[in-house]
Design a protein around this ligand. Structure first.
Ligand SMILES: Nc1nc2c(c(=O)[nH]1)N[C@H]1C(S)=C(S)[C@@H](COP(=O)(O)O)O[C@H]1N2
Ligand SMILES: [Mo]
Length: 167
């Protein structure tokens, strides 16, 4: 059962059901690991438009790193795993600065986490901790205000490695 209600914006499902496209714009996310569907050898690359074509979810919350309450919009790891025909249940997420954290896929279901690509309707610049940042609905679930979820709140995400269920 979903514990956290996240607003499904359904901005565009159109290209989601198709085979994975090739990025036309600047690649902002590389996905490696336990994937079957791909648009490159052993990995999948995404530009901003491709990430925006995923079902979009919205979380409005405060967080410890950005002043004030903001509305974050982005995609779910559940849909990413689905489009890559992966059975992964765990993600290793890497930032530009080399920071890495592990996130259970379940956080995107039960805790309402999203990979945010927009803040208040605008793409997130690197200065604003973009282009991709993991956001939890801290204001909605008190248990998220702990070092576990702060540590999983990785910003300036560059790469996701899907860890297979057998690893
Ligand atoms: N890109 C990136 N995200 C990150 C980190 C980091 O070093 N780089 N640190 C993580 C950890 S361990 C915590 S507790 C929180 C808060 O880090 P801070 O207290 O140093 O701001 O951000 C997380 N996200
Ligand atoms: Mo931390």
């Amino acid at each position: 059962m979903r514990l956290v209600s996240v607003l499904v914006l359904l901005i565009s499902f159109s290209s989601f059901s198709h085979a994975l496209d090739k990025p036309e714009g600047k690649v902002i996310l590389t996905v490696t690991g336990a994937i079957n569907g791909s648009n490159l050898d052993q990995s999948a690359e995404f530009d901003f438009a491709m990430l925006q074509d995923f079902p979009q979810y919205s979380v409005t919350t405060n967080n410890p790193w950005i002043r004030g309450s903001h509305t974050y919009q982005g995609f779910s790891a559940v849909d990413l795993v689905k489009i890559l025909s992966s059975e992964s249940v765990r993600l290793q997420v890497f930032a530009f600065n080399g920071y890495m954290t592990e996130i259970p896929l379940n956080d995107f279901v039960e805790k309402g986490a999203i990979f945010a690509i927009k803040q208040d309707g605008q793409p997130m610049t690197i200065r604003k901790l973009g282009p991709i940042m993991v956001i939890y609905p801290f204001d909605e679930l008190e248990e998220l205000k702990s070092e576990i979820y702060y540590g999983r709140s990785i910003w300036q995400v560059a790469e996701i490695k899907l860890i297979g269920s057998m690893e």
